[in-house]
Design a protein around this ligand. Structure first.
Ligand SMILES: Cc1cc2nc3c(=O)[nH]c(=O)nc-3n(C[C@H](O)[C@H](O)[C@H](O)COP(=O)(O)O)c2cc1C
Length: 174
C-alpha cells in the first residue's frame, strides 16, 4: 500500500457493502471498530498487530477489527453462526474494495487476548479478525520476503473440498 489516505466516502461505501450481508434472523452480528492513519486511534489498533503485519500495515489507510455478537439480540441465547455471518460481511466488503481499486487484506496475525481490553470490547462479543485497507502500492517497496507473497495464490482443486455424504477427507492425524 502507498500510505495515502482513503476518503470518508470511500470508507463508508465499504461498510455499506458489508451492511447488506445476509445473517441469521437478520442479526447483523458484525461490529466494525476502525482507526485511520495519523489519528489518535491508530496506535491502539496498530500495536495489536504482530511484527510481520506491522511491516506492511504501516502503509495502510485504515485498520479495522471485526467484533461478532455472540448471542442473539432477540433472546440472549448463543448464536452458533456469529463468526460465519461476520465472514459474509467481510467478503462483501472485500469485493466492494476490490471493485474500487483498493487493497482489503484480512488479518489473524494480531493479539486476540489483548484486543478486548485495548478496545473496550464487552464479553458478549467475540474478536473475529482484523483487516487493513489502503491504496495499492509498488510491491518493490515491500521488505524482502514480502514481495514473493504478492504473487497470486492458487487454490486446491474443488474435488478436494467437497464430498457426497459423510466426511471423507483426510485429517492431520491420518
Ligand atoms: C481472516 C484472514 C486472516 C488473514 N491473516 C493474515 C495475516 O495475519 N497476515 C497476512 O499477511 N495475511 C493474512 N491473510 C491473507 C491470507 O494469507 C491470503 O488471503 C491467502 O493466503 C490467500 O491469498 P489471496 O487472498 O491472495 O488469494 C489473512 C486472510 C484472511 C481472510
Amino acid at each position: 500500500m502507498t500510505g495515502e489516505p482513503i476518503s470518508e466516502e470511500e470508507m463508508l461505501t465499504l461498510f455499506e457493502a458489508a451492511r447488506w450481508a445476509p445473517s441469521t434472523y437478520n442479526e447483523q452480528e458484525w461490529r466494525f471498530l476502525y482507526a485511520r492513519r495519523d489519528t489518535p486511534q491508530w496506535p491502539l489498533f496498530f500495536d495489536l498487530l504482530v511484527e510481520g503485519n506491522q511491516a506492511w500495515c504501516k502503509n495502510a489507510a485504515l485498520l479495522v477489527l471485526i467484533a461478532a455478537h455472540k448471542v442473539f439480540a432477540r433472546n440472549g441465547k448463543p448464536n452458533p453462526v456469529h463468526l460465519f455471518d461476520c465472514g459474509s460481511a467481510f467478503e462483501n466488503l472485500c469485493l466492494q474494495g476490490t471493485a474500487m481499486g483498493l487493497v482489503v487484506h484480512g488479518m489473524s496475525g494480531f493479539d486476540y487476548a489483548k484486543a478486548p481490553a485495548a478496545l473496550g470490547i464487552p464479553d458478549e462479543y467475540a474478536v473475529a479478525a482484523m483487516f487493513a485497507v489502503g491504496r495499492p502500492g509498488d510491491p518493490q517497496q515491500l521488505p524482502e520476503g514480502y514481495q514473493e507473497m504478492e504473487k497470486p495464490s492458487g487454490r486446491r482443486p474443488v474435488q478436494e473440498s467437497i464430498c457426497e455424504g459423510k466426511f471423507a477427507f483426510g485429517t492431520q492425524a491420518s
